[in-house]
Ligand binder design. Structure first.
Ligand code: PLP
Length: 556
């Protein structure tokens, strides 16, 4: 009798274990299916592969011939490179010299300078086309370097510059006057904070606000609170989305250790919704609405522009529908939905992405422009998600402080910024913003197409990315032709052009003229010569062959 019971018990336990294993396997498979096929969809693998890629570079001959062009084409490129180099050396001499003087001491500068173009070309580009990192002044939509060269600014200061540099200068000046009697007293607040809180509550539609020093910190706080309140471990981010440089939101390349409590899912996919609907360990979903321009792709940088596969297309209705579905599943499963509007907030609508796409989040992070020109990160959230302690468990707290949080000068500059939003002309500016920037993108694309130039713009309102329509290994050269035409880009090059909303039609037309002139010159100089048989795939294959050769046969 006993042994029969024991056998039955063992059988039941075995069956139970098998069922649990099967459920786990099913969940695991669902998770795998919800990952994007690309390497950025597989964080661990991408880090492993990145660690295997060997450094190699093209010598002065191969630099112009890596796509095996006819000799006349290579010679033309070489001559063009020499004269562009001379132009850079003459025109930007002082800026380049002073940049070189500080470069050894500034790690960030060494990094950005190295990663402007694909690494095989980087050293020679740095040597011959030195990019000055110093600027003297800004005025209207232009910035001026140390040699007195004026550039139309397309850097947008990483997205901070929504309303034009002159506006932020005013915010900072007025802020200084408003709080100078208090000065940098920290821990207590200047009364100016009250207006900021009220306006942020109105704008976000959420109950509470916390102030931080950067967008990265605001995101960290949002995720920490979501974990605290849900008692769940994992955050979900979507493939390619940038949320700052904190390890948990950057599980792939760039982070030396694995992020074990992050799921990176396929953006705009029903498989991702299924994972959210079935797993029990998900605390929050982070959405960066800028991804609507290029779902599942990393922020486009020219260092990754090894061919012409960069692709972008913005479909507002499709993305709004996706956000609605995400909203529904998060509500059903008590997952905290966080919109990370550090970049896009205040650029596309007064109420940010929530208003623009017509979907409400449980928490929203803001940053960049909201500081009125000074450093900022802000988290807004529902009351039940923002509390940092439990009345019934006094030692169970969710700690977050920061020395410079709510700095009086920052609060006062933010006050100026938020007050500006109340002006009637800003309301009408927002009402028209998409029409204006879409029309401008269409006009430039028509001109480029009309001249048969292999370049097209994709845009989400005033945020633009340059795409290339025929296979080429030299598209990254365009950033140097654009600079020579007086257009300033950030270190990611043609991947992201950010316009401030004070660009007049005349300013924009001047930019468009220069853009077309740069593309024409680039074509004339044969950088876009292409073997008719070349495809983006064949280019990638040839680079892979080079890498394998260097990894296995060129060891020092
Ligand atoms: C969407 C988003 N989140 C977070 C951050 C990080 O902000 P910060 O650079 O202020 O730390 C950025 C910065 O570009 C961002 O674009």
């Amino acid at each position: 009798m006993d042994s029969r019971y024991t056998a039955l018990m063992l059988y039941a336990l075995g069956a139970g274990a098998a069922v649990i294993s099967l459920i786990k396997l099913k969940m695991r498979l669902e998770l795998s299916r919800a990952k994007h096929r690309s390497l950025s969809g597989h964080s661990r693998l991408s880090r492993r592969i990145a660690a295997m890629i060997p450094f190699y570079e093209y010598d002065e001959r191969r630099f112009f011939r890596c796509d095996d062009p006819p000799e006349a084409v290579a010679a033309r490129r070489e001559a063009a490179f020499t004269s562009l180099s001379k132009l850079f050396r003459d025109r930007y001499a002082g800026t380049a010299r002073q940049t070189a003087d500080i470069k050894d001491g500034i790690s960030d500068l060494q990094f950005t300078d190295t990663y402007r173009v694909p690494f095989q070309f980087s050293r020679l580009v740095r040597k011959h086309l030195p990019a000055g990192a110093l600027v003297q002044s800004s005025s209207g939509v232009t910035i001026t370097d140390l040699d007195g060269n004026r550039f139309y600014d397309l850097t947008g200061s990483y997205g901070v510059n929504v309303f034009g540099y002159d506006f932020y200068k005013q915010c900072i000046e007025r802020a200084h006057k408003r709080v100078r009697d208090l000065g940098p007293v920290l821990g207590s607040y200047h009364p100016v904070i009250a207006y900021n809180v009220r306006r942020l509550q109105e704008i976000s539609g959420l109950d509470e606000v916390s102030f931080h020093m950067s967008g990265t910190e605001a995101v960290m706080q949002a995720v920490r609170l979501a974990r605290y309140h849900t008692r769940r471990s994992h955050l979900v981010r979507f493939c390619g989305a940038y949320h700052g440089w904190w390890g948990d939101v950057q599980p792939g390349i760039g982070n030396p250790v694995a992020a074990h409590e992050t799921y990176t899912l396929n953006d705009m996919s029903k498989e991702a919704l299924r994972v959210l609907d079935t797993r029990r360990d998900i605390a929050c979903v982070l959405v960066n609405p800028l991804q609507a321009l290029h779902p599942n792709a990393n922020a486009p940088a020219d260092s990754a522009l090894v061919d012409s596969a960069r692709n972008a297309h913005f479909d507002r209705a499709a993305y709004a529908e996706w956000l609605q579905r995400l909203r529904a599943v998060c509500s059903k499963r008590n997952i905290v939905l966080i919109f990370d509007e550090v970049f896009l907030g205040f650029r596309v609508a007064m109420g940010g992405a929530q208003e623009y796409f017509g979907v409400r989040a449980d928490m929203v992070t803001y940053g960049k422009t909201l500081g009125g020109g000074l450093p900022i990160g802000v988290l807004c959230g529902r009351k039940d998600t923002m509390r940092r302690f439990r009345p019934d468990r006094p030692a169970d707290i969710c700690f977050a402080r920061g020395t410079f949080n709510s700095h009086p000068y920052v609060m006062a500059a933010m006050h100026e910024f938020l007050q500006h939003l109340e002006a009637p002309e800003i309301r009408s500016l927002y009402a028209d913003v998409d029409r204006v920037w879409n029309q401008r993108a269409v006009a430039l694309n028509d001109r480029l197409r009309g001249e048969g130039l292999p370049v097209q713009i994709s845009n989400l309102s005033s945020v633009w990315t340059v795409c290339y329509t025929q296979p080429s290994r030299y598209n990254w050269m365009l950033q140097y032709y654009l600079r020579a035409e007086g257009l300033a880009l950030s270190w990611v090059g043609t991947g992201r052009l950010i316009f401030s909303l004070d660009y007049t039609q005349a300013d924009f037309e001047a930019v468009a003229d220069r853009f077309v002139a740069a593309a024409r010159a680039m074509r004339q100089d044969c950088w876009w010569w292409a073997d008719p048989a070349a495809t983006n795939k064949s280019i990638k294959r040839s680079i892979l062959r080079e890498m394998v050769t260097h990894r296995f046969f060129h060891r020092a």
